[in-house]
Design a protein around this ligand. Structure first.
Ligand code: EPU
Length: 305
């Protein structure tokens, strides 16, 4: 591990043997051999350059809210969550306001900021527990729209450490994902919002989104959000529900009684309990409906010893 090389970089916090479970919304997971927390863009560039030059693989952690982590060792993990930086308005042609947002900014903070500024376009994303970078990487969204609708460009730091702005039509947005070069890191995003004609409507829309979410989703429980993607023309939650799986448990992992496409950690659930419950759900849904469910959540398997 090039600890000394990394320790020489200004603006980087290094944590050896860092416990990952507390950094995920599931509360499940093992240890990063090394957790790297770059605090500036320059620090991120230098970190990527060192890791790439030495051929050291790494993973990127956002807010850990769409992630199931195995209990084993997870190698080198970079997180941008502590990266400072503020939301900035930038001059641009075109409608509305163009802003630059650091990748580590919580999506909820961006939504609160846009409410204060009277800007509209992301109210329906309220309650998604992601960082802006993570939300873009997953093209997070709802049936009303997703991150691709408002993202104009992302600042990608490539494995050799060079940063460049990539326009959204070159990011390969798709349903719950994007296509960016392997091991590139999203450092910031340019988001275009509209000036609201009725600013009070923004608060109403956020409130209504949160109310629906609280009614339909097990928000107070440890989970990683929707576990499976909605298959073409159907809804994963409806399919799982139709198989009578709500409430089904393996150990402390349970198919939510509120929303069948959530698995909740009732306390002390391990990776294998959740993984086995996901397999059971997929098999049962396939057997009873003929539909194949693909995971929406990211799964980090343990690294070979
Ligand atoms: N349904 C059931 N049983 C259930 C759950 C849902 O029958 O247990 C049926 C109902 O008919 C319900 C319909 O499915 O009306 C749609 O449910 P919901 O509105 O919850 O939408 P969803 O398609 O299940 C999607 C996103 C959610 C997002 C909601 C916002 C995916 C996989 N999920 O859920 O995103 O919060 O819309 O409405 O696209 C996530 O990405 O982690 C996530 C939770």
């Amino acid at each position: 591990m090039p600890l000394s090389d990394l320790a020489r970089i200004t603006g980087v916090e290094l944590r050896e043997n860092a416990h990952l479970a507390p950094l995920t919304s599931f509360g499940i997971g093992g240890h990063a051999d090394l957790l790297i927390i770059p605090k500036t863009l320059q620090a991120l560039e230098s970190v990527l350059a060192v890791l790439t030059a030495r051929g050291i693989p790494f993973r990127i952690l956002g807010k850990g809210s769409n992630l199931l982590v195995d209990e084993g060792r997870q190698g080198v993990v970079i997180t941008m969550l502590s990266a400072p930086g503020s939301i900035e308005k930038i001059a641009s042609d075109g409608p509305g306001r163009l802003i630059t947002v650091p990748a580590g900014c919580p999506l909820g903070s961006l939504i609160s900021w846009s409410l204060r500024e009277g800007l509209t376009g992301i109210e329906h994303l309220a309650g998604i527990p992601a960082s802006v970078g993570g939300a873009i990487a997953m093209n997070a969204g709802t049936p009303e729209g997703s991150m691709e609708d408002v993202t104009e460009a992302v600042l990608l730091v490539s494995p050799d450490g060079s940063p460049r702005w990539i326009p959204s039509n070159a990011i390969g947005f798709r349903y719950r994902g994007i296509d960016i070069p392997h091991r590139s890191v999203i450092a910031a995003a340019r988001i275009r919002l509209e000036v609201a004609s009725d600013p009070a409507g923004i608060a109403r829309a956020i409130w209504s989104t949160m109310k629906t979410r609280r009614l339909r989703q097990p928000l107070g429980k440890k989970s990683a959000g929707c576990v499976f993607k909605n298959p073409d023309g159907d809804l994963a939650g409806r399919l799982i529900d139709s198989c009578g799986l709500k409430g089904h448990r393996i150990g402390s992992a349970q198919v939510s009684e509120k929303h069948a496409n959530f698995i909740v950690n009732l306390g002390g659930a391990g990776f294998s309990q959740v993984a086995r419950l996901m397999d059971l759900v997929r098999e049962r849904v396939f057997h009873e409906t003929g539909r194949t469910l693909d995971p929406e959540i990211q799964i980090w398997r343990r690294q070979a010893a």
